[in-house]
Design a protein around this ligand. Sequence first.
Ligand code: SF4
Ligand code: SF4
Length: 461
Amino acid sequence: MTVKIGVPDTQSCVYEQGERVLMASATQAEADGEGLQTVPNAGDVFGDFTPYGVGGLGGSTDGPLEEVHVFWLAGMSCDGCSVSVTGATNPSIEELLAGSIPGLPRVVLHHPVLSVTAGAGFTKMFRKAADGTLGHPYVGVMEGSVPDDQILPEGYWSAMGGGGFDPDSPGDQPNRVTDWVKLLAPGAAAMVAIGTCATWGGIPAAAGNVTGSMSLTDYLGQDYRSTLGVPVVNVPGCAPVGDNFTEVVAGLLLFLQGIGPLPELDELGRPAWQFKETVHRHCARAGYYEEGRFAEMPGDQECLVEIGCWGPVVQCNITERGAINHMGGCMIAGGACIGCTMPGFPDKFSPFYKAPPGSAVSGTISRTTGAGIRRLRRMSQANLNRSPLWDRTGEVPTPYGRGMSGPTTVGKVEGFFYKRLQYRGSTNLAKANKTQPIPKSMNILEQERDRAAATRGQETT
Ligand code: SF4
Ligand code: SF4
C-alpha cells in the first residue's frame, strides 16, 4: 500500500517499511490540482518551503528548535487521556516539559486542565498560534471526540474560552472547540488524536448519541496534512497507555528536529510498533488459554475469554507495556479485554463480558487438546522438579518434599522416550550423572547422630 504524504518541498523521499511505502512527495497535491492547505503561520519557523532536515529525514532545518508548543484541545472527553498521560514514565511529561531529553526541544504545554493560567490569559497563546504570531512550531493534540456542532446555527457541544475569534467584534459566547480545531490544524507541525474518542469516535459516537460525534480524522478529512505533511497521528485507547502517547510525541519532536524519521504509522495512522500485536499474544494468561483452562467468573486466575475477553483479535500493547510504568493493565488487574483501542469500540464489542462468538471454536479446541497437553507437562514438570542426585537416591530429601518420591515406573518410561527426543542429534552429557557417586556427607546431621549413638553404645558396653 502507498500512503502519499504531501510536504511543502520540492524533494521527495521514500521510506521502505515492510510492505508499506511512505512516499513524501513535495508537490503531489499541488500537481493533482488540489493544493496543500494554506500554512498561515508556519512560514516564519519552517520557511515557505519546508526542506528536509538532517539526512533527508524531514522536519526543520532551522533547528535545533529550542521549544515546541503543544496545544491540547478537549472535545467530547472525560479527561481520562489527560490522567493517563500524567502517569507516563518513558518519557514522562516532566521530562518533556523540562527539555531534559537530549536532542528534544523543550515542550511548552497549553492544557485546559493542567495549565496554571486560566481565562483569556490561557487562550491568548492559542490565539497567537491561530493567527500566526506564535513564532514557534506547535503540535495540536485532540482529546475526546469531535461533536457535530458546526451544523448548529449557534451553540456548542464542547467549548474553550469565549469572546469569538474576531478581535474587532468581541462577544461573550463560548468558543466552540471545533472552531479551534479548524483554526489550529492547518498550521500545526502535527496533529495527534489521543484516546479512542479522538481517534475513532469512541463512546460519545456510540449508537443513540445526539451529538453526532466523530473522530478528528473524520472531522478534518482524509486529505488533511500538517505543515510538515503528516496526516493525523492516532494513539487510541480508552484510556490510552500514557507512554504510548509520550513516546509518539518524542518521536515526532525528533522528526521536527530533523534528526529522526517520521514514526512508522500503520494504515489507520496508529504508531505501527505499538499496535501491530494482539493483546492475546503477550497476555499473562495466554498459557491458560493454550492449556484450555478458562475463568468462570471475574477474580479467577485463568484465561478470561469465556467471560468476554476479545484479546485474541484486539490490537493493543497493554500486555507488553502495562498501564503505568510497566505495571498493571487489564488482564493483570483481572479485566477482560473489551476492545477499547479498536475503531469498532464500543458498539461492535457489546454486550461486554459475554464470550465473543469466535471463542467458541478456538476455546473448544484448546479445551480438548489442553487436557492432554497439561497431563504431559505435569509429568515433565515432576521430573524437572527433581535434581539428578535425587533421581539416583530415589527420594526428595527436603522437609517440604516429604512424600515426594523418585521416578515412578511410568515416569521412567516417559523419561526414556523424552530424552531420546531431547538429545536427538546431540550428545547427552547429562547421562554421566547415572555413574556419579552419591556424596558421602549427605544427610550429615543424621550421620553425626548415628556416630554419637554408636560411641555411646561402645562406652556402655
Ligand atoms: S485473558 Fe484474553 S488476552 Fe488473555 S489469554 Fe485469555 S483470551 Fe487471551
Ligand atoms: S486490553 Fe483491551 S480493554 Fe484493555 S486497554 Fe487494551 S484494548 Fe482496551
